[in-house]
Ligand binder design. Structure first.
Ligand code: CA
Length: 230
Protein backbone atom coordinates (compact mmCIF):
# COMPACT_ATOMS: atom_id res chain seq x y z
CA UNK A 1 0.00 0.00 0.00
CA UNK A 2 1.28 3.40 -0.96
CA UNK A 3 2.32 5.73 1.75
CA UNK A 4 -0.30 8.22 2.77
CA UNK A 5 0.43 11.54 1.13
CA UNK A 6 -0.57 14.88 2.48
CA UNK A 7 -3.56 16.11 0.46
CA UNK A 8 -3.10 19.74 1.46
CA UNK A 9 -0.58 21.39 -0.83
CA UNK A 10 1.13 24.14 1.05
CA UNK A 11 0.58 27.40 -0.76
CA UNK A 12 3.58 29.58 -1.38
CA UNK A 13 3.09 33.07 -0.02
CA UNK A 14 3.33 35.61 -2.83
CA UNK A 15 5.26 38.74 -1.89
CA UNK A 16 3.70 41.92 -3.24
CA UNK A 17 4.99 45.49 -3.50
CA UNK A 18 2.75 48.50 -4.08
CA UNK A 19 3.95 51.65 -5.82
CA UNK A 20 1.15 54.22 -5.63
CA UNK A 21 1.28 57.90 -4.69
CA UNK A 22 -2.28 58.15 -3.40
CA UNK A 23 -2.21 57.04 0.22
CA UNK A 24 -5.81 55.95 0.51
CA UNK A 25 -5.47 53.74 -2.57
CA UNK A 26 -2.20 52.33 -1.21
CA UNK A 27 -3.75 51.45 2.14
CA UNK A 28 -6.85 50.04 0.44
CA UNK A 29 -4.74 47.81 -1.79
CA UNK A 30 -2.62 46.60 1.12
CA UNK A 31 -5.65 45.74 3.27
CA UNK A 32 -7.47 44.03 0.39
CA UNK A 33 -4.46 41.91 -0.54
CA UNK A 34 -3.35 41.08 3.02
CA UNK A 35 -6.78 39.60 3.72
CA UNK A 36 -5.58 36.66 1.64
CA UNK A 37 -3.38 34.19 3.49
CA UNK A 38 -1.29 33.52 0.43
CA UNK A 39 -0.56 37.19 -0.33
CA UNK A 40 1.75 39.39 1.69
CA UNK A 41 2.40 43.06 0.99
CA UNK A 42 6.09 43.45 1.79
CA UNK A 43 6.72 46.97 0.50
CA UNK A 44 4.84 50.18 -0.18
CA UNK A 45 6.23 53.20 -1.95
CA UNK A 46 4.72 56.50 -3.01
CA UNK A 47 6.99 57.08 -6.00
CA UNK A 48 9.07 55.10 -8.47
CA UNK A 49 12.51 55.91 -7.01
CA UNK A 50 11.48 54.79 -3.53
CA UNK A 51 9.72 51.82 -5.13
CA UNK A 52 12.87 50.64 -6.91
CA UNK A 53 14.85 50.84 -3.66
CA UNK A 54 12.24 48.83 -1.77
CA UNK A 55 11.95 46.27 -4.55
CA UNK A 56 15.71 45.74 -4.43
CA UNK A 57 15.48 45.18 -0.68
CA UNK A 58 12.31 43.05 -0.46
CA UNK A 59 12.40 41.02 -3.71
CA UNK A 60 8.63 40.98 -4.31
CA UNK A 61 7.16 38.42 -6.71
CA UNK A 62 4.56 40.87 -7.96
CA UNK A 63 4.55 44.67 -8.08
CA UNK A 64 1.39 46.72 -8.33
CA UNK A 65 2.52 49.77 -10.27
CA UNK A 66 0.37 52.87 -10.48
CA UNK A 67 0.93 54.44 -13.90
CA UNK A 68 0.19 58.01 -12.79
CA UNK A 69 3.12 58.59 -10.44
CA UNK A 70 4.81 61.93 -9.80
CA UNK A 71 8.30 62.18 -11.29
CA UNK A 72 9.21 58.95 -13.05
CA UNK A 73 5.86 57.61 -14.31
CA UNK A 74 4.71 54.03 -13.88
CA UNK A 75 5.55 53.01 -17.45
CA UNK A 76 9.15 54.20 -17.15
CA UNK A 77 9.32 52.59 -13.71
CA UNK A 78 8.04 49.29 -15.13
CA UNK A 79 10.78 49.32 -17.79
CA UNK A 80 13.35 49.91 -15.02
CA UNK A 81 11.90 47.15 -12.85
CA UNK A 82 12.02 44.66 -15.73
CA UNK A 83 15.63 45.65 -16.47
CA UNK A 84 16.77 45.46 -12.88
CA UNK A 85 14.60 42.61 -11.58
CA UNK A 86 13.45 40.58 -14.60
CA UNK A 87 11.94 37.88 -12.39
CA UNK A 88 9.48 40.29 -10.77
CA UNK A 89 6.09 40.59 -12.42
CA UNK A 90 4.39 43.96 -12.78
CA UNK A 91 0.67 44.71 -12.72
CA UNK A 92 -0.02 48.15 -14.18
CA UNK A 93 -2.75 49.91 -12.23
CA UNK A 94 -4.58 52.91 -13.58
CA UNK A 95 -7.84 54.77 -13.49
CA UNK A 96 -7.59 55.49 -17.22
CA UNK A 97 -8.61 53.36 -20.14
CA UNK A 98 -6.74 55.11 -22.94
CA UNK A 99 -5.54 52.96 -25.81
CA UNK A 100 -2.07 54.55 -25.85
CA UNK A 101 -1.62 53.87 -22.17
CA UNK A 102 -2.70 50.23 -22.44
CA UNK A 103 -0.28 49.60 -25.30
CA UNK A 104 2.55 51.51 -23.65
CA UNK A 105 2.03 49.63 -20.38
CA UNK A 106 2.07 46.24 -22.06
CA UNK A 107 5.05 47.21 -24.23
CA UNK A 108 6.94 48.22 -21.09
CA UNK A 109 6.91 44.63 -19.82
CA UNK A 110 3.90 44.70 -17.49
CA UNK A 111 2.15 41.34 -17.19
CA UNK A 112 -1.25 42.80 -16.47
CA UNK A 113 -3.24 45.97 -16.93
CA UNK A 114 -5.87 46.65 -14.27
CA UNK A 115 -8.31 49.47 -13.87
CA UNK A 116 -8.52 50.74 -10.30
CA UNK A 117 -12.18 49.89 -9.92
CA UNK A 118 -11.33 46.18 -10.10
CA UNK A 119 -13.02 44.00 -7.50
CA UNK A 120 -10.51 43.28 -4.67
CA UNK A 121 -11.04 39.50 -4.87
CA UNK A 122 -10.46 39.65 -8.63
CA UNK A 123 -7.26 41.61 -8.05
CA UNK A 124 -6.05 38.91 -5.65
CA UNK A 125 -6.67 36.33 -8.38
CA UNK A 126 -4.80 38.45 -10.92
CA UNK A 127 -1.84 38.70 -8.52
CA UNK A 128 -1.81 34.89 -8.18
CA UNK A 129 -2.09 34.33 -11.93
CA UNK A 130 0.60 36.86 -12.76
CA UNK A 131 2.92 35.34 -10.14
CA UNK A 132 2.50 32.06 -12.04
CA UNK A 133 3.54 33.73 -15.27
CA UNK A 134 0.15 34.57 -16.77
CA UNK A 135 -0.83 37.84 -18.42
CA UNK A 136 -4.13 39.60 -17.86
CA UNK A 137 -5.86 42.63 -19.31
CA UNK A 138 -8.90 44.16 -17.65
CA UNK A 139 -11.96 43.17 -19.72
CA UNK A 140 -12.93 46.87 -19.76
CA UNK A 141 -9.95 47.55 -22.03
CA UNK A 142 -9.17 44.19 -23.59
CA UNK A 143 -11.15 44.89 -26.77
CA UNK A 144 -9.16 48.08 -27.19
CA UNK A 145 -5.90 46.19 -26.80
CA UNK A 146 -7.01 43.56 -29.31
CA UNK A 147 -7.98 46.27 -31.79
CA UNK A 148 -4.42 47.55 -31.68
CA UNK A 149 -3.19 44.33 -33.28
CA UNK A 150 -3.06 44.23 -37.06
CA UNK A 151 -6.00 42.59 -38.75
CA UNK A 152 -5.24 39.16 -40.18
CA UNK A 153 -5.57 40.38 -43.79
CA UNK A 154 -2.88 42.96 -43.11
CA UNK A 155 -0.31 40.51 -41.86
CA UNK A 156 -0.36 38.42 -44.99
CA UNK A 157 -2.19 35.34 -43.73
CA UNK A 158 -4.85 35.46 -46.38
CA UNK A 159 -3.69 34.19 -49.77
CA UNK A 160 -4.42 36.09 -52.96
CA UNK A 161 -4.87 39.32 -51.09
CA UNK A 162 -3.47 42.20 -53.10
CA UNK A 163 -0.85 44.03 -51.07
CA UNK A 164 -1.87 47.35 -52.51
CA UNK A 165 -5.59 46.84 -51.98
CA UNK A 166 -6.91 49.43 -49.59
CA UNK A 167 -5.05 51.39 -46.99
CA UNK A 168 -3.58 49.95 -43.84
CA UNK A 169 -6.05 50.95 -41.12
CA UNK A 170 -3.89 53.12 -38.91
CA UNK A 171 -5.55 55.15 -36.19
CA UNK A 172 -5.61 58.94 -36.51
CA UNK A 173 -2.86 59.19 -33.94
CA UNK A 174 -0.75 56.65 -35.82
CA UNK A 175 -1.13 58.68 -39.02
CA UNK A 176 0.19 61.70 -37.12
CA UNK A 177 3.17 59.65 -35.90
CA UNK A 178 3.71 58.29 -39.42
CA UNK A 179 3.89 61.82 -40.84
CA UNK A 180 6.70 62.64 -38.40
CA UNK A 181 8.37 59.30 -39.05
CA UNK A 182 8.47 60.03 -42.78
CA UNK A 183 10.37 63.25 -42.06
CA UNK A 184 13.03 61.18 -40.27
CA UNK A 185 12.15 62.17 -36.71
CA UNK A 186 13.31 59.98 -33.82
CA UNK A 187 10.93 58.61 -31.15
CA UNK A 188 12.13 61.35 -28.78
CA UNK A 189 11.40 64.05 -31.35
CA UNK A 190 8.00 62.55 -32.15
CA UNK A 191 7.20 62.38 -28.44
CA UNK A 192 8.04 66.09 -28.09
CA UNK A 193 5.92 67.06 -31.11
CA UNK A 194 2.88 65.13 -29.88
CA UNK A 195 3.43 65.92 -26.18
CA UNK A 196 3.46 62.25 -25.16
CA UNK A 197 6.10 60.11 -23.45
CA UNK A 198 8.89 58.52 -25.50
CA UNK A 199 7.45 55.12 -24.61
CA UNK A 200 4.07 56.07 -26.00
CA UNK A 201 5.71 57.31 -29.21
CA UNK A 202 7.67 54.07 -29.40
CA UNK A 203 4.49 52.02 -28.88
CA UNK A 204 2.82 53.89 -31.76
CA UNK A 205 5.80 53.27 -34.02
CA UNK A 206 5.77 49.54 -33.16
CA UNK A 207 2.07 49.35 -33.93
CA UNK A 208 2.59 51.20 -37.25
CA UNK A 209 5.38 48.80 -38.28
CA UNK A 210 3.15 45.82 -37.49
CA UNK A 211 0.15 47.18 -39.32
CA UNK A 212 2.21 48.15 -42.35
CA UNK A 213 3.97 44.76 -42.36
CA UNK A 214 7.43 46.32 -42.47
CA UNK A 215 10.54 45.65 -40.41
CA UNK A 216 11.78 49.12 -39.65
CA UNK A 217 10.92 52.79 -39.78
CA UNK A 218 12.79 53.37 -43.01
CA UNK A 219 10.70 50.75 -44.77
CA UNK A 220 7.59 52.27 -43.21
CA UNK A 221 8.53 55.73 -44.49
CA UNK A 222 9.25 54.42 -47.98
CA UNK A 223 5.98 52.47 -48.10
CA UNK A 224 3.98 55.42 -46.73
CA UNK A 225 5.32 57.75 -49.42
CA UNK A 226 5.00 55.15 -52.18
CA UNK A 227 1.38 54.40 -51.30
CA UNK A 228 0.43 58.02 -50.74
CA UNK A 229 -0.45 57.46 -47.07
CA UNK A 230 0.98 60.79 -45.95
CA1 CA B 1 -1.44 58.15 -9.01
Amino acid sequence: MAEKTCSVVEKKVIKVAIVEDFKLTRVGLRCALNENEDLNVVAEAEDAIEGLKLIERSHPDVILMDLGLPGMNGIEATIKVKEMFPESKVIALTSHDREEEVIAALSSGASAYCLKDIDPSKLADVVRDVAEGACWIDPMVSQMALNSFPKVENIGFLPNKSQSEGRVPLTEREYEVLKHLVTGKSNTEIAKELIVSVHTAKAHVCSILQKMCVNDRVQAAVKAVKEGMV
